[in-house]
Design a protein around this ligand. Structure first.
Ligand SMILES: NC(=O)c1ccc[n+]([C@@H]2O[C@H](COP(=O)([O-])OP(=O)(O)OC[C@H]3O[C@@H](n4cnc5c(N)ncnc54)[C@H](O)[C@@H]3O)[C@@H](O)[C@H]2O)c1
Ligand SMILES: [Zn+2]
Ligand SMILES: [Zn+2]
Length: 389
């Protein structure tokens, strides 16, 4: 089959690789009909995530048709149309029982490797390095899906691929990030990053009762999309984010601050950004955490900082003193996607949201390498790319 493979920093190619097959009785094989590129894939492209190996198949936002079914699978049948969550979860371990699927203790065969650097191992993830299991990803013609009774959600309504594809990741991720904030009616929610995840955060914050939503970015078309989602917007190249947020909140700061940027934040030559930019390329630091620092400084006392943005290692110069003295709450995590798929599918079916609004580019899988560049460099108005194998 054809698949998008990682060959090193900045180097992804569509290669011919062996078709996947059923390895465990709980597997299914899905013929991928639509798959997307995520901001998380950019951290792989840019070499921020360790334990990648040349030839690894990327992609963790995929859907399609079940074409083969393992003997122990009871919920799915050949011919079912499914969306596959990026998190692989067993459904029965202590964490899965609590709905903390991205903490699954069973699905990551490389748990020992992850435990060394994280203390404990996260769940297996599709297409996201060997530390999260080394599972081949979904930017491919076919995808092997382990624990198929727990992950994929069947789509039986006439919704299009584009309407449901983002149940695999960014819609649940945006909703989870807003949900973690414990938004109280009328709260001001500030969202750093108006990429695909930030866009979903903005819509989810409204659904969860925000009174005011502020989107922060520097890319005009992303700010325009945030404004179309009824967010007030701040272009951090034109205005000082802290000053503007204080002005908007009468000097108190936003109640809920959401970092939908993660480890590759840009800054405008602020001292912390300069240090990060010098240190990350030579591996003296793992993350460029300007947004996380800024969110901590801006958040109101006793407010919440929620972090869907991906971080990789130990963050330098985290303003822990301000966080402690302001009484902030931190919430974060890889999304336990399975927990949100059904309720969010119902929101799509009810017409409350159509997540396809975020798509700007639709391309054949063969053009994935160019699509990665366009998405990374934010050229051509690119916000979200859907690939068709
Ligand atoms: N927690 C999860 O389970 C999960 C799931 C999906 C994605 N993610 C992560 O969410 C993050 C966002 O994903 P995406 O697909 O939207 O990525 P993206 O790269 O398209 O978007 C990031 C946005 O942040 C903006 N940005 C950069 N520096 C900024 C700054 N200083 N202030 C404000 N905005 C700034 C960029 O201009 C860009 O628009 C990534 O880190 C991704 O890995 C996490
Ligand atoms: Zn993703
Ligand atoms: Zn589990």
């Amino acid at each position: 089959m054809r698949a998008l493979c990682w060959h090193g920093t900045g180097d992804v190619r569509v290669d011919t690789v062996p078709d996947p097959s059923i390895l465990d009785p709980t597997d299914v094989i899905v013929r991928v009909t639509s798959t997307a590129i995520c901001g998380s894939d950019l951290h792989l492209l840019d070499g921020f995530v360790p334990t990648m190996e040349p030839g690894d198949i990327l992609g963790h936002e995929a859907m399609g048709e079940v074409v083969e079914v393992g003997k122990a699978v009871t919920r799915l049948r050949k011919g079912d149309r499914v969306v596959v969550p990026f998190v692989i979860a067993c459904g029965v371990c202590w964490f899965c029982q609590r709905g903390e699927y991205s903490g699954c203790d069973v699905s990551n065969p490389e748990a020992a490797m992850a435990r060394k650097v994280m203390g404990e191992a996260p769940a297996g993830l599709f297409g996201y390095s060997h530390m999260t299991g080394g599972f081949p990803g979904g930017q491919a013609e076919y995808l092997r899906v382990p624990f198929a009774d727990v992950g994929p959600i069947r789509i039986e309504s006439g919704l299009t691929d584009e309407q449901v594809l983002f149940l695999s990741d960014i819609f649940p991720t945006g909703y989870f990030a807003a949900d973690l904030c414990g938004i109280e009616p009328g709260d001001t929610v500030a969202v750093w990053g108006c990429g695909p995840v930030g866009q979903m955060v903005i819509r989810s914050a409204w659904m969860l009762g925000a009174g005011r939503v502020v989107g922060i970015d520097c890319v005009p078309e992303r700010l325009a999309m945030a404004a179309a989602g009824k967010a007030e917007v701040i272009n951090f190249e034109d205005e000082t984010v802290y000053d503007r947020l204080m002005e908007l909140t009468g000097g108190r700061g936003p109640d809920r601050c959401i970092d939908a940027v993660g480890c590759e934040a840009h800054g405008l030559g602020s001292p912390d950004t300069v240090l990060d930019q010098v240190k990350t390329p030579v591996r003296l630091a793992t993350d460029r955490a300007h947004v996380l620092r800024e969110a901590i400084m801006c958040c109101r006392k006793f407010g919440t900082v929620s972090i869907p943005g991906v971080y990789v290692g130990a963050v330098d110069k985290l303003p822990m003193g301000p966080a402690m003295n302001k009484g902030l709450t931190f919430r974060m995590g890889q999304t336990p996607v399975q927990r949100y798929m059904q309720p969010l599918l119902e929101k799509i079916e009810a017409g409350i949201i159509d997540p396809s609004f975020v798509i700007t580019h639709r391309l054949p899988l063969e053009q994935a390498p160019e699509a990665y560049q366009t998405f990374r460099d934010k050229q051509d108005g690119c916000i979200k790319v859907v690939l068709h194998p």
